[in-house]
Design a protein around this ligand. Structure first.
Ligand SMILES: *[C@@H]1O[C@H](CO)[C@@H](O)[C@H](O)[C@H]1NC(C)=O
Ligand SMILES: *[C@@H]1O[C@H](CO)[C@@H](O)[C@H](O)[C@H]1NC(C)=O
Length: 329
């Protein structure tokens, strides 16, 4: 009987974890009562969307967007390591137009909390809600195509915030009513007129990356967090007199696997007597305080525990939930 209860509980947890996702609902949101709603979440925020992400064909249908609009960067559908869901091309149906802005504007982006707005209440409980951030090639008409383009080189300068920092969240008897989640993107003043392609991400998994000494979370790109979900969008800049790139990282846009997979050092099976380097290590890498432990796939052809970096698939797999084996968590 005890076993039955435990496995039912585990199934419920797994259903919850499978639903963990988010996407950008609106790029440019006018919220006239933002401060009042945040101070008193009984007030519903008024969200007037002035500019949308790409090709939002399921607008106002949360269920359809949750299945066919959200993009899981590390999920089974992303077979060729794309930065954007293939339907998110530069198309804007008539009722869901592209954002038009002037350089220097502050753009309030709205995304879905989906149970993750509070680390101490959310599902799964006590899991850090991670970061939202924005990528941009630094000049107009340049597409970020692959997941490997979503690196520090193409990071929109300083566009990184806590997933839960700007929310309107009504809590009643320990339950959340996540009314809205925002991140404000501050556009630089030196942006050229034209269409600038960008990618919003939610980094919800810890990855293989390491932050350098002196890392400042307020200003520096956080390498420890791996991007999990993305939504692609464009901003049409008008009214600018600036010409040329704001920054240009086009020479850094290489489709390389995680450096851990090629040059990192690990321990086979987590055993100190079996050190290995790069490609000679088994494919499932688990970061540790001093390096990594590397394991072979299990009999089902998958990494044996949650939280692996799978070097063959070039994917950061999600962390283990409490009921799963998590040897190094
Ligand atoms: C939602 O998806 C279903 C199933 O594909 C489809 O029949 C329906 O038309 C979609 N709704 C909208 C608003 O696109
Ligand atoms: C986000 O904010 C929450 C609440 O302050 C905090 O517990 C969490 O560590 C933060 N996450 C990151 C990645 O900064």
């Amino acid at each position: 009987m005890k076993f039955q209860i435990t496995s039912l509980f585990a199934a419920a947890l797994m259903a919850g974890s499978a639903a963990a996702h988010s996407w950008l609902e609106c790029v440019d949101t006018d919220v006239p009562n933002h401060d009042a709603a945040q101070a008193n979440p009984n007030i519903d925020p008024i969200n007037n969307c002035k500019g949308y992400p790409r090709n939002k064909i399921y607008q106002d249908n949360w269920i359809n967007e949750s299945s066919w609009y959200v993009w899981d960067l590390n999920g089974p559908e992303n077979t060729d390591s794309r930065a954007c869901r293939p339907l998110q091309t530069n198309l804007y149906p008539s009722k869901v137009p592209m954002t038009v802005a002037q350089p220097g504007a502050a753009i309030r982006m709205r995304f879905w909390g989906n149970g993750h707005s509070r680390w101490d209440i959310g599902s799964p409980n006590h899991r850090d809600p991670g970061l939202v951030r924005v990528y941009w090639a630094g000049k107009k008409e340049v597409e970020l195509t692959y997941k490997s383009d979503l690196t520090q080189a193409n990071w929109f300068p300083r566009a990184q915030g806590n997933f839960s920092a700007d929310t309107v969240n009504l809590i009643t008897d320990g339950h959340m009513n996540e009314k809205a989640n925002y991140y404000t993107l501050q556009l630089p003043t030196n942006m050229e007129n034209g269409r600038h392609m960008m990618v919003w991400t939610w980094a919800w998994n810890l990855g293989m990356g390491v932050n350098p000494a002196g890392f400042n979370p307020a200003t520096d790109y956080n390498n420890e967090w791996a991007d999990s979900y993305s939504t692609c969008f464009d901003i049409e800049i008008t009214g600018s007199t600036y010409t040329g790139a704001t920054f240009d990282n086009s020479n850094q846009r290489v489709a390389a696997p995680s450096t851990a997979c090629t040059t990192g050092t690990g321990l086979k099976g987590g055993m100190a007597q079996y050190p290995c380097t790069g490609a000679e290590c088994p494919p499932c890498w688990y970061k540790t305080a001093t390096g990594a432990n590397c394991f072979e796939y299990d009999a089902s052809g998958k990494c044996p525990f949650g939280g692996a970096y799978d070097c063959k698939l070039n994917k950061q797999l999600r962390r283990a939930m409490k009921h799963e084996r998590a040897p190094f968590a």
